[in-house]
Design a protein around this ligand. Structure first.
Ligand SMILES: Nc1nc2c(ncn2[C@@H]2O[C@H](COP(=O)(O)OP(=O)(O)OP(=O)(O)O)[C@@H](O)[C@H]2O)c(=O)[nH]1
Ligand SMILES: [Mg+2]
Length: 516
């Protein structure tokens, strides 16, 4: 859900790409028609932009061409005649148009204008077939309902996409039954824009009141909302040109981060009264990059990217969270009791590690045994509450409970799994080699840095991520063998692999067998 042009269909298309769902010929045909329409609309907006600024086109020959484009067919959904295509190209390359394009955030210009105008030659060919990237970049207003079915984590999902223009919203209520989760898109970049449908209505205000309406809808009382604060890229670009305080009078922040936090606070206000487990807010930092990257081989092997894709899949998986509010609250209590043992104040991962090291240093192997009793109590508590770490205690849960950022949330959550291993299957190795394993962290700093550097270099030179990670694990194993002996290899191998697998499961069959 979300207002028009907030990115709903873009999100759906990305999901389709992730799950390898091809477009049908009819859809292709439909989108292709809109690409021509997008091109014409965009060049018209640019011409109007030059006019409004009181300027003229730099090349006088372009003036009559521009007039004819403005006065020609209202809209166009097919290839341009040769002469019209040439006119558009000539105008697009006009310095005045390029200058106004540079200031595009002042206009309601579609973000993909440049992409399509630059590619006009190709698009206007008789045998042109839009690429996935073209389809993602185009804006095809959704009329009625689209639906996609895909499988993630062995669960089948049916995702509906509905039109966000005012006229379409009237039909929304007919879809409210049987919905398990809502993806809501809010284009935060629109704070300075008004609606096509209602030129007196600010788009951000409209979007927020729509969000509030959905959040307050009795039928969605128990339905989780995944809120995507979208178009962060455009938002950041705009901030310098249109200061946020001119539009949001009670905003007094200074930085980009302040502005983003402010937007998030508006979204929170609109969803006030929802329990934490029923609203998840994400910032779409990746703009529409996800699908574009997916289709580009340069990026699809980039570890950061594959990691991200996996996270998005995880998030979609979260929609299926078979974790009730009660389980979520019970899990929170289990972790609160666990962390109370550690007395890490302030509650940061660094402080937690300090407390851990202190216990190991002061009490030796007994300290480790003590840490394992905390861990056992925690695990028992989670089992008693029938809580599954995978779909209930996500990184987002840690962020939510402890008001920490995602990096720290990941560190805390990963530590749970590593301790779980160390206090069970890995326990004999840890207790038998305790002092060496404890002290190696300090002694081997330089050797470990070498492993890290080799790993970074491998990635930078294009080694596939899983191979680079595997080589890194081998390197670390060698360091541990050198100081503590071969018997500790299964331990370090497992610790390193768990650290990866908790957050990314794309390498499972490509990592070495740790033999334990
Ligand atoms: N720069 C940028 N553009 C985006 C982003 N998300 C979507 N877009 C573009 O915005 C346009 C509108 O996106 P859609 O996904 O079609 O919008 P919608 O919410 O489905 O709109 P309706 O179907 O009319 O309700 C498309 O041209 C997208 O390529 C983003 O995060 N950043
Ligand atoms: Mg749409």
């Amino acid at each position: 859900m979300g207002a028009a042009e907030s990115g709903k269909t873009t999100l759906l298309e990305q999901i389709r790409l992730l799950y390898n769902q091809n477009w049908t010929e009819a859809e292709m045909f439909h989108s292709k028609a809109f690409i021509y329409n997008n091109i014409l609309q965009n060049i018209r907006i640019l011409i109007e932009g030059v006019k409004k600024s009181g300027e003229k086109l730099t090349n006088p020959e372009n003036e009559p061409r521009a007039e004819s484009l403005l006065n020609n067919d209202e809209s166009r959904y097919a290839r341009f005649p040769e002469s019209m295509a040439n006119d558009i190209k000539s105008i697009w390359n006009d310095p005045s148009i390029q200058e106004i394009y540079a200031k595009r955030s002042t206009m309601n210009l579609n973000d993909s204008a440049k992409y399509f105008l630059d590619n006009l030659d190709n698009i206007n060919k008789e045998d042109y077939v839009p690429s996935p990237k073209d389809l993602i970049m185009s804006y095809v207003p959704t009329v009625g309902v689209q639906n996609v079915i895909f499988t993630c984590n062995n669960r089948a999902f049916q995702l509906f996409d509905i039109g966000g223009q005012k006229i379409d919203r009237r039909k929304w209520a007919t879809m409210y039954d049987g919905i398990d989760a809502i993806f809501f898109c809010l284009a935060i970049s629109e704070y300075n824009q008004t609606m096509y449908e209602d030129p007196n209505m600010n788009r951000l205000i409209d979007s927020l009141s729509l969000l509030q309406k959905i959040s307050d809808e009795p039928k969605f009382k128990e339905t989780p909302i995944f809120l995507f604060l979208n178009e962060v890229d455009v938002f950041k670009e705009k901030l310098n040109i249109f200061p946020l305080e001119n539009y949001c009078l009670n905003y007094s922040g200074k930085s980009e981060e302040d502005a983003l936090n402010y937007m998030e606070s508006l979204a929170k206000q609109a969803t006030i009264g929802r329990s934490m487990g029923l609203i998840y807010i994400y910032r779409m930092f990746f703009k529409i990059a996800l699908a574009l990257l997916l289709t580009s081989s340069v990026f699809s092997t980039n570890p950061k990217f594959t990691y991200f894709v996996d996270k998005l899949k995880g998030r979609i998986g979260d929609a299926a969270m078979n974790c009730s509010d009660d389980q979520y609250a019970a899990a929170h209590k289990c972790f609160d009791a666990y962390y109370a043992n550690w007395n890490a104040v302030p509650f940061t991962f660094e402080q937690f590690e300090k407390q851990y090291d202190h216990l190991m240093d002061s009490k030796g192997v007994q300290g480790f045994e003590q840490a394992c009793t905390y861990q056992d109590t925690l695990t028992k508590c989670l089992i008693a509450a029938n809580v599954n770490m995978d779909n209930c205690v996500t990184n987002e849960a840690f962020e939510d409970w402890y008001k920490i950022n995602v990096t720290e949330a990941e560190q805390f959550r990963t530590t749970y799994f590593i301790f779980d291993y160390e206090c069970n299957a890995g326990k004999p190795i840890v207790t038998q080699n305790f002092v060496c394993l404890r002290d190696i962290k300090r002694r081997d700093k330089k050797d470990m840095d070498i492993c890290q550097t080799q790993y970074n270099n491998a990635l930078n030179s294009g080694t596939p991520f899983c191979k680079a990670y595997n080589d890194y694990v081998t390197c670390v194993e060698n360091v541990y063998t050198h100081y503590c002996g071969k018997q500790v290899v299964p331990w370090i191998c497992n610790v390193e692999e768990i650290g990866l697998k908790v957050n990314y499961d794309g390498c499972n069959n490509q990592l070495q067998n740790c033999n334990q």
